[in-house]
Design a protein around this ligand. Structure first.
Ligand code: ADP
Ligand code: ZN
Ligand code: ZN
Length: 703
């Protein structure tokens, strides 16, 4: 679908914009934010006294308001003559127009993910741009240009670069003559970052800019430091949601003006205008954080590939455990696979030990936290002054409180979920709607004083470990302990400084940290993910465990003694066999076969239509009508529409959610259906009173 097709006919647009004046030929299309379900794709017609280049930022009247807009490329159909169009408002001429390739990216993304062009275009600009007038903007641009032109202070000499390993050198050679996207499949510690650095160096030497995308920038200050150290005197900017609005504008402007050489950012950075773009890197390309989970639900990884192809520049997707999507494309030859199988310094991957928890006798009292052999191994690490990481993917103390007398459980009154017991501040917290209350002293239903936590989160594990490992310095790293500014850096610093013996945490632990003294990593209870309703559960778990294993033995001297422990009730699960052999290809082959048989991605294309209402019946009725429209319309066929079902957590904050899955072996067929069908759904809305919202998620992560 072309973004322009959603543009209303010229007359409708003019009426919508509320125009009065009859004007001549200087009509132009402007991308504006329109209400999501107004059936307006986001391009409206206005007039201008003087010609304005596409990409120009301006303000335009819309109804009684003035809204930001961007002059857009006009479609093939010129507006009908003699229409009443309103003139544009203020033009922000201080800002160079957003370039054609940026507009093409936005057009593509809006069409593919089924959102308005204007909505998407304006959502990905720094919010601060809306607040400034042309004079203020001109001042900022001039200041940045002045700073760039000023002779810089003495630039420190770049550090000596390491001699590339044979695998790194081979990889770099392939980057320099890339004819398709590259999938850099390198085990943890194989030196992928060094390949990114060298590829960036080549791009910079050629006068180009490099864009490096990472899943979560606040977890990777080390990466930023490595780039900054390697390229002294170069302008390196970051772009992510933790910046202040002023910083974000400044960094974005530096990129757009062509003054920044390197842009390091999270998914939103994929939309940064980069006039001299020469390289795109997506680190940890398998990470789900690259998929936006609200509004336009785009995949920054997939858009990065599209963008690089359109600009004709190399794109490098790096991971130790690639997404099955990228892996399959590499198998098909659409991506070129580059392997780095050796750790730098020849360190071995940690030995994987699978502990069968089902054969261990129940302890006389309480529950079994750790297998005796794992506890011994932890004691050994403590005695040698080495560090251990314990992974438990659940924060809080216990996932639910329970009254044995009457069966009460700590459900959330507003969600179909349990409220989690946080012992530190004695609260019950819903992780879906945020509802937080003090823990009741007694069962709210029957008054029983003996309400007990069921299950275990990181907080409880930390407490249990303190009892099992007296004297050990035990720290915890999860969303609760890193909430405040600088908390994460502080905690990681303590680990690096050797002030921590055992670090307990959620998956946050596994992501990219270069811990040097860790020789033991253990997954305490990973079984839930093996049989989860999420079809990506095993893929996620495998990536997490491989990633976690990669935290151990990063110092080659210690690699021989390093271990990855997994406690499970299903020791013969094939996932663990592949993990033990560090065999991603075998795991991927088995998963791809399962996905093929089940008709799931990457062997099929999916979209989800989600509907929300206070009453689930209303949402379901809307989806049934939508399904009837899909069946009745002539949208090319080849798409299966499944019956509406509630998602795993169906009610959140008193809103019921229902979803309907669309599946096709052909991405093209699915796109064709969506393009024809979704606009027709707008007409259904009026019939379904009480429907709060609906939206489509193309290539959803979970179903
Ligand atoms: P990955 O990203 O693949 O996990 P890194 O790029 O972080 O691996 O490299 C692991 C470690 O090896 C880092 O400390 C890095 O500085 C070091 N390293 C990378 N390449 C080389 C090299 N060619 N020679 C020496 N050390 C290297
Ligand atoms: Zn009770
Ligand atoms: Zn809730």
């Amino acid at each position: 679908m072309d973004g322009r097709q959603t543009r209303p006919a010229g007359a409708a647009a003019a009426r919508r914009a509320g125009g009065r004046r009859v004007t001549g030929p200087q009509a132009l299309a402007v991308a504006v934010e329109t209400p999501q379900h107004s059936a307006v794709g986001g391009l409206l017609d206005y007039t201008s006294e003087r010609p304005l280049a596409p990409g120009t930022l301006l303000r335009v009247p819309l109804g009684r308001r003035e809204v930001p807009g961007i002059v857009w490329d006009r479609g093939p159909a010129p507006p009908a003559a003699g229409l009443e169009l309103r003139p544009v408002g203020t033009v922000l001429s201080a800002l160079p127009p957003l370039p054609a390739d940026w507009r093409a990216l936005v057009d593509f993304a809006a069409a593919y993910y089924q959102r308005g062009v204007g909505e998407l275009a304006l959502a990905v600009l720094p919010p601060e741009l809306r607040k400034l007038d042309d004079t203020q903007l001109a001042r900022r641009v001039a200041r940045l240009q002045r700073e760039a032109a000023a002779p810089s202070a003495a630039v420190p000499a770049p550090p000596a670069r390491p001699v590339l390993s044979a695998e790194q050198a081979a990889a770099l050679e392939i980057v320099s003559r890339a004819d398709r996207p590259l999938l850099l499949h390198g085990v943890t510690g194989s030196g992928k970052t060094e390949v990114y650095l060298r590829a960036a160096e080549q791009a910079l030497a050629a006068g180009r800019q490099a864009l490096v995308l990472v899943p979560e920038i606040n977890l990777t200050p080390q990466l930023q430091a490595r780039f900054a150290e390697r390229f002294p005197g170069r302008v390196l900017v970051s772009l992510h949601s933790a910046l202040t609005p002023a910083q974000r504008l400044r960094h974005w402007l530096l990129a757009h003006l062509g003054l920044a050489d390197l842009v390091l950012g999270t998914r939103l950075a994929v939309f940064t205008p980069l006039p001299r773009l020469g390289l795109v890197v997506v680190d940890e390309e398998h990470d789900p954080s690259f998929k936006q989970q609200e509004g336009a639900r785009y995949s920054a990884r997939d858009l990065a590939v599209w963008r690089a192809a359109q600009r004709g520049v190399p794109v490098l997707l790096g991971s130790a455990t690639p997404s099955l999507e990228s892996w399959q494309r590499a198998l098909q030859g659409r991506y070129r696979r580059v392997e780095m199988a050796e750790r730098i310094g020849g360190g071995a991957m940690p030995r994987v030990r699978i502990v069968d928890m089902s054969v261990l006798p129940r302890p006389a009292q309480g529950e079994r936290v750790l297998a005796p052999a794992l506890l011994d191994a932890l004691h050994g690490r403590l005695a040698r002054g080495e560090q251990s990481l314990l992974l438990l993917n659940r924060r809080g103390y216990a996932p639910v409180l329970h009254c044995a007398a009457c069966g009460w459980k700590s459900g959330c009154p507003h969600c179909s979920a349990w409220r989690v017991f946080h012992k530190g501040d004695r609260t019950l917290r819903c992780h879906h709607c945020g509802l937080t209350e003090r823990v009741p002293r007694a069962c709210p239903d029957c008054g029983n004083l003996d309400i007990a936590p069921i299950g275990r989160g990181t907080e409880k594990l930390q407490e249990q470990l303190a009892a099992l490992l007296p004297g050990a310095r035990i720290a915890r790293l999860d969303a609760d302990t890193t909430r405040g500014a600088g908390m994460l850096e502080q905690q990681l610093g303590a680990v690096h400084a050797g002030e921590v013996d055992v670090l307990v945490g959620t998956q946050m632990l596994a992501k990219g940290h270069d811990f040097r003294r860790v020789t033991l990593v253990a997954a305490v209870n990973p079984d839930a993910a093996l049989f989860s309703s999420d079809f990506r559960g095993p893929e996620r778990l495998f990536a997490l465990l491989m990633q976690a294993a990669g935290r151990a033995g990063r110092d080659a001297a210690q690699a021989a003694a390093s271990e990855m422990w997994v406690q499970t009730h299903h020791p013969r699960h094939p996932l663990f066999a592949a993990l033990r052999a560090h065999d991603y290809p075998a795991f991927a082959a088995a998963q791809l076969e399962e996905r093929r048989q089940a008709g799931l991605p990457p062997c099929a294309a999916l979209a989800l239509l989600r509907a929300e209402a206070r009453d689930a019946a209303v949402a379901t009725a809307f989806l049934h009508d939508a399904a009837a429209l899909a069946a009745g319309g002539d949208f090319g066929g080849g798409v299966t529409v499944y019956p509406p079902v509630p998602p795993p957590v169906s009610k959140v904050a008193d809103v019921e959610r229902v979803q309907m899955l669309l599946e096709s072996p052909s991405r093209r067929a699915l796109q064709a259906l969506l393009a024809g069908w979704l606009p027709a759904l707008h007409g259904l809305r009026a019939k379904h009173k009480g429907l709060l919202r609906w939206a489509v998620d193309v290539d959803p992560l979970a179903i």
